[in-house]
Design a protein around this ligand. Structure first.
Ligand code: PLI
Length: 479
């Protein structure tokens, strides 16, 4: 018989959360322009907007924060973090940054020349934006299965080596500064890369003198999937798999706000002495001195402890196990989600959930709004709004994946919160025909999904299934 698992921690401190009435949520959503990013968190019941910076820190991390050495230069905490990075990632140089996009900015500015092409295994919003800001163009080389939410491929984050080779042949290696290799690809649904593919992609690039930079933001979650799914790794520790992944790359950018179990921070890691010097120098302009990078000493210390906790197999078992628990419940209720279940959240396939809403009417955005109205659960659109416009033509990009992401913060919510979330989505699914699309009425120039505003294409009441229920309230959040 398969035995249950439980989290490898107990709860020492709790943070109250507020339930709201349907009328309050309608008001809040209207004020937010139907964009869940613009909601106030005090109006949210269960916050699955992101797993970024939302982790619960351990007692050891909080204790470590009291050891903050707030020296402007040469803080002891920087050297502790450097030791953790050497031990767990193996790269030679650490340049701390305020968060992941700070590291992306430095790397893009240093390596990309105008007209360059940066291949990547699907785009991430901030990564692509910094590549474009530096004059480059992103080119997708992920395998086709990644764009198919129903494909059960175990490593949907993999690079398609033929696509990469064709690009090198067509563009010329000199126009390709590096391969941007994301681990546990966020926009594909938290999908991992296999070690075999990481190794082969790296060999192909290095044969052509092209560097390989990882987006190692969720590399530890990727290592867990290699342990679970790739032959030869079942008996290896997550920590040893992580180290092996990093041997194939020249460096990495990391947002510490995910895997590292902290609320702020990031880093650029590299084995390249020259690039490290340049990044330290440029970092002074944009981040802060190279031993703090926009962070307090206490933040650096919390990251060092967080990395050591994140690579523990039992932590990763519970972390991914909770995501799988929600996914399995949603599947049992017939909800179309991206398969196989990914690392940091469950992604609902809005195309199949709302087949009557055309993509130009932003079905994933409308569904995220509806889930909030129903139960106060906050999710995020990952579809046409997030994809933005083509940098050359200005046309809206219409990605094949039109998803609503339920990202699970680490060590924060219980199984009961997952049950409430599932019930809300299942009840909406039963009445999905009543959901209508949205029109974008305010579109910021960059990363529009953060601040765009929308209006319902029909009156707001028609968007809100909950208001049509006899009790006029959401089933799972009855206040
Ligand atoms: O939010 P930052 O600047 O610390 O990190 C940017 C970033 C880079 N790469 C990847 C794969 C990310 O997922 C990422 C940030 N992700 C966010 C904010 C998210 O909600 O997924």
């Amino acid at each position: 018989m398969r035995r249950c698992w439980a989290e490898p921690f107990k709860i020492k401190m709790v943070e109250p959360i507020r339930t709201t009435s349907l009328a309050e949520r309608q008001r809040a959503l209207g004020a937010a322009g139907f964009n869940t990013f613009l909601l106030r968190s005090e109006d949210v019941y269960i916050d699955l907007l992101t797993d970024s910076g939302t982790s619960a820190m351990s007692d050891r991390q909080w204790a470590a924060m009291m050891l903050g050495d707030e020296a402007y230069a040469g803080s002891a905490n920087y050297y502790h973090l450097e030791q953790a990075v050497h031990r767990f990632y193996g790269f030679k140089h650490l340049i701390p940054t305020h968060q992941g996009r700070g590291a992306e900015h430095l790397l893009s500015r240093i390596l990309i020349k105008p007209g360059d092409i940066v291949p990547g295994n699907m785009y991430f919003t901030t990564t692509k934006a910094h590549q474009e800001l530096a004059g480059g163009r992103f080119h997708d080389v992920i395998i086709d299965e990644a764009h198919d939410p129903e494909s059960e491929h175990p490593f949907k984050g993999n690079v398609d080596l033929d696509k990469l080779e064709s690009l090198i042949r067509a563009a010329g290696a000199s126009r390709i500064p590096y391969l941007s290799l994301e681990l546990n690809v966020n926009m594909a649904g938290g999908q991992p890369c296999s070690m075999e593919n990481i190794r082969a992609s790296s060999e192909l690039c290095h044969r052509h003198d092209i560097k390989v930079y990882l987006d190692a933001t969720r590399a530890i979650e990727n290592a867990w999937f290699i342990k679970q799914r790739e032959r030869g790794y079942a008996d290896r520790s997550v920590a040893s798999i992580l180290l092996e992944i990093c041997t194939h790359a020249d460096g990495a950018t990391i947002s510490s706000k995910k895997d590292h179990l902290v609320n702020i921070g990031g880093m650029l890691l590299t084995n390249d002495d020259e690039l490290a010097d340049e990044a330290r120098n440029l970092g002074v302009l944009f981040e802060g001195l190279h031993t703090y990078g926009g962070l307090a000493g206490r933040d650096l210390e919390a990251i060092a402890v967080g990395i050591a906790e994140a690579v523990q197999d039992d932590h990763m078992h519970a972390r991914i196990g909770q995501v799988e628990y929600l996914a399995d419940r949603l599947l049992a209720a017939g909800i179309p989600i991206v398969r196989p279940t990914g690392g940091h959240g469950v992604f609902i396939d809005a195309r199949r959930f709302l087949p009557h809403v055309p993509q130009q009417q932003f079905p994933a955005q409308a569904l995220a709004a509806e889930i909030y109205l129903d139960s106060g659960v906050r999710s995020m659109e990952r579809g046409a709004v997030s994809a933005g416009r083509h940098p050359d033509t200005g046309e809206n990009i219409m990605p094949r994946l039109e998803l609503v992401r339920l990202a699970i913060p680490r060590r924060v919510y219980t199984q009961a919160h997952m049950d409430v979330t599932c019930e809300s989505i299942a009840s909406i699914y039963d009445e999905r025909r009543r959901i209508h699309g949205l029109r974008m009425v305010c579109e910021p120039k960059r990363l529009r999904f953060f601040q765009a505003r929308f209006e319902p294409l029909r009156d707001a009441g028609s968007l809100c299934i909950a208001s049509r229920r006899p009790d006029g309230a959401a089933s799972s959040n009855p206040s």
